[in-house]
Design a protein around this ligand. Structure first.
Ligand code: PMP
Length: 401
């Protein structure tokens, strides 16, 4: 179809989520590159967002999808039949997750995984309160929005799920007290690194302090690794950096190797809460679709076999070193991150916006963070080659000029 017509239909018939969509007309994608319909190749440093950890259309993922296509697609709502792709993926996840996290409930997305984890926490503990952190992001369904640490984004949709409390990030002293993590709290939900919050890293003690408070109060710790999981930060799961074991890991994005897949992975006793009193009180039709699980299993094997978390750690260091050398130009103030989840902080939103636009014009895709308009986030595929990394840096250098 003619480009102008396609663009017109896009704006007319696809519900718009902003007034300025990026509007790239995609022809194909491979590895770290997206090619548009004019034949122009764009280096993808955002992985749409944080999904293509193994790169776009990884051959092992494509082969697994083809293989599964020849057997079956959807056959039954989740949790009733034995479907090898789901079972093998759950077992593989259990083998790499911190013990005793060994039981997975599969969903289609991150927000659904958050919903399920919150529900399981209420059911297991019999408590009502959720604690989250300022500037958090956990998805856009009602439950997930209820624990989003940004009042102006919550406001238009209120009333949300009641009993959510928000605590400041990186302030261990604020965790206790009558409005903190106490005996009323079913669960604390947090990202190990706040991605939409502007790539905000925890201090060395923060996660450990939250864990200790949760244990003391009998509250569950739900770690949202939707962005940080699957090698992104230089470890398979980011919690490994701080030696903290949550009661649940919440996963999505890179989990399906490019197909929609999420899940929450928990302690067997916690996850058992969903099977009784009453049974069938947390169901999904498509969660853990066999095609997504086959793709996800292939992607996970690629991550394990190729030690992509180590590749991310190395490439992340090089990229951050390179960006550190650009600070002071074009309003760029600082760079921070872990592995290949990197935030570049600008002095003003205007400089930040100009940088993103210029990069895009130069064929380098990257993005803002939702809660922080002075921070650009980089999350390239973990299979980024040294040449691609160098090319990305040189395009950033020019965009700052
Ligand atoms: N948690 C975090 C930390 C996220 O960044 C996101 C999405 N950006 C979600 C949950 C929600 O995932 P989804 O968009 O798949 O619902």
């Amino acid at each position: 179809m003619d480009s102008n017509k396609l663009r017109h239909l896009f704006l007319t018939h696809l519900c718009q989520t902003s007034t300025e969509p990026i509007g790239l007309e995609v022809a194909s994608a491979e590895g770290c590159t997206i090619t548009d319909t004019t034949g122009r190749r764009h280096l993808d440093f955002i992985s749409g967002i944080g999904v293509a950890n193994v790169g776009h259309r990884h051959p092992a993922v494509l082969a697994a999808i083809r293989e599964q296509l020849d057997h079956y697609l959807h056959v039954m709502v989740y949790g009733e039949y034995l479907q090898a792709p789901q079972i093998e993926l759950a077992a593989q996840l259990a083998s790499i997750a911190p013990p005793p996290l060994s039981v997975t409930y599969f969903t289609n997305s991150g927000a659904e995984a958050v919903e399920g984890a919150l529900k399981a926490a209420r059911k297991f503990t019999g408590r009502s309160v959720f604690v989250a952190f300022d500037r958090s992001y956990h998805g856009d369904t009602f439950g997930a929005m209820s624990v989003m640490g940004r009042p102006e984004l919550r406001k238009p949709y209120e009333p949300l799920v009641p009993m959510a409390r928000f605590l400041p990030w990186n302030e261990p002293d604020a965790l206790g007290g009558p409005d903190g993590i106490n005996e009323q709290v079913a669960a604390v939900i947090m990202e190990p690194i706040q991605a939409e919050g502007g790539v905000r890293l925890p201090s060395d003690e923060f996660l450990k302090a939250v864990r200790a408070r949760c244990t003391a109060a009998g509250a569950l710790l739900l770690m949202d690794e939707v962005v940080t999981g699957f090698g992104r930060t230089g470890r398979r799961f980011a919690v490994e950096h701080w030696g903290v074991t949550p009661d649940m890991l919440i996963l999505a994005k890179a989990m399906g190797g490019g197909l929609p897949l999420g899940g929450f992975l928990g302690r067997p006793d916690v996850m058992a809460a969903l099977s009784h009193d009453p049974p069938l009180s947390h169901l999904t039709t498509f969660g853990g679709h066999p095609l997504s699980c086959a793709a996800g299993l292939a992607a996970l094997r690629v991550m394990i076999d190729q030690r992509l978390e180590q590749a991310a750690a190395q490439a992340g260091r090089r990229l951050m070193d390179g960006i550190a050398g650009l600070c002071g130009r074009g309003g760029l103030m600082t760079v921070r991150g872990l592995g290949l989840l990197i935030g570049m902080e600008f002095d003003t939103p205007a400089h930040c916006e100009r940088f993103v636009r210029r990069c895009r014009d130069a064929g380098l895709l990257l993005g803002w963070t939702l809660h922080e308009d002075r921070v650009v986030r980089l999350a390239p595929p973990l299979v980024l080659s040294p040449d691609e990394l160098g090319e990305g840096l040189s395009r950033m250098n020019r965009a700052l000029g």
